[in-house]
Design a protein. Sequence first.
Lengths: 505, 153
Amino acid sequence: MFFMAILKSFLTPGFLIERNKERCIQCLVCVRQCANEVHYYDDEEGEVYSDEMKCVNCQRCVAMCPTRALAVRRTTNELRENANWTPEVIRSIYIQAETGGVLLTGMGNDRPYPVYWDHMLLNASQVTNPSIDPLREPMECKTLLGRKPASLVFENGRLKGKLPPQLELDVPVMFSAMSFGSISLNAIKSLALAARQEGTFFNTGEGGLHKDLYQYGDNCIVQVASGRFGVHVDYLEAGAAIEIKIGQGAKPGIGGHLPGEKVGKEISETRMIPQGTDALSPAPHHDIYSIEDLRQLIFSLKEATGYRKPVGVKIAAVHNVAAIASGIARAGADYIAIDGYRGGTGAAPLRIRDNVGIPVEFALAAVDTRLREEGIRNEVSLVVAGSIRNSADVVKAVALGADAVYIASAALLALGCHMCQKCYTGKCNWGIATQDPYLTRRLNPELGSQRAANLLRAWKHEIQEMLGGMGLNALESLRGNRLMLRGIGLTEKELKILGIKAAGE
Amino acid sequence: MKKVYPREEYCTGCGLCQVHCVTAHSPYKSNIVKAYKKTFPRPLPRVIVEEQRPVSFALQCRHCEDAPCIKACITGAMHRDQATGAVINDESRCVGCWTCILVCPYGAVARDERGKKVASKCDLCSGIHEVPACVAGCPNGALEYRAETESEA
């Protein structure tokens, strides 16, 4: 099994597994935990060996090894150095020469494009205005997502008329759309529990809402995507809001494909498709070819739910995103979710993921500016997604004009993901991106939900600290307050698009 | 009394409970490498991971109220610890007749023939730690140390 296929493939192992023999106790935990069957026990030698060819560097064995005997490293085998023909480029060609297929990948764009969050710096109060200590003074992080009226009319001291439906968030961070199918039910349960505990929302993605999850409906955004999987009136009624998915940052312009082998009984029931059939989401919605068509779907969904729930639209950040967002706002959406080019996915064509779309920082700035110029910013909330990595990214996003952010990659990292980018294989050793009952049990939702909730709470503390430092006592005061941002290492043009001054200005 | 209960739905079959059990019953209670490499004979794990994929769970002595092994023991080695209520095998008195293995309805007693022939079984870590080593070492919350629930009582 070890050396057989070598001459049939030009591929060489990507990683090197170092096993410290002085520490290895042959307990076989690594053997049992690797779904890729990298580690194996040789009875005759009485030793555990590893076949690196199969290793995806998910770090499961490393994390589980009770004696810290294992390390996965970059392979020491090196191709002749070439700045143009890098090892990744060459490996891709070998794979395609062998398979004749589209290269697949998982998670977000990993190319070394600039990260604009890291080119923006936040302000803080000094002398002339007091900073606030959030541990001693109230600090409001509450966020309301939804259409806001242009003006408020009061009668006898009370608001006249009704506000459009709003989503109330205790922390401006929501869990982004991940379908049952792309991730396991235990992963969704973890996020649902955490969302309920911390007063925010999770998103069903396009895979419908499993019957066990209806109890979390008050903290759920239900998605309506091009495949319309699992969409029925009870589903729409179950959620706190409805989201029409037009696009995804990891694969703008591309549909989805859940292979039939993942469509077992539970997914089949939830998605309302026969067991074992491929779940194909078309690239476009076949009933949406214009803003007017989108308006029809938005109002169909509002009509179906009695105008009691906000209806949002999620798009990928692409070149004319500002104009598109303006159209979506005018089509009647209550919020627009913009997913940047670093957004994650369970499976996407590699070349699409790495080359299509634009940074969400620019998209957000452009959309916020455009909506303000058109005087319709109040009519729609903005949610940004696509690699929000920490609380500073959240604060910067809010200062750039976002109402809230979506996190998915960060949420999965909290559940144990180690970014091996092999979600599409269905062999996730952390029990997240898999439907194999032997693997999904590795994620205990009781433990997972605590980790996800801890992450939200930690970020909330940090957001409050940063706000306090700026002398603000409410997130609302930061929203769209780009004077709190300064650019570093950015060109004039980039500063102009972001609408911020350079550091020192 | 408090016992260890497996939660089959979260057992990953990794076997770390066994590693921690062996370590806890070796002279090197805080060093897994030494427990495995310097203890001769190495203690047997007293928790057994049963697996038929995708299902697995960690099985150990149920410390039965009316324990057949205590009744069957020909030397009186198998006894109930009066303080904890746990069923304990006094290995110095055990002669390795395997009668306890024969009568155990759970298959939770194993033969240990590495040194003197003795029956090997869970002793709930003899109450040394607050929580038995297998429970503390389970990475996924698949073992619980708790009192019987009403439905099980």
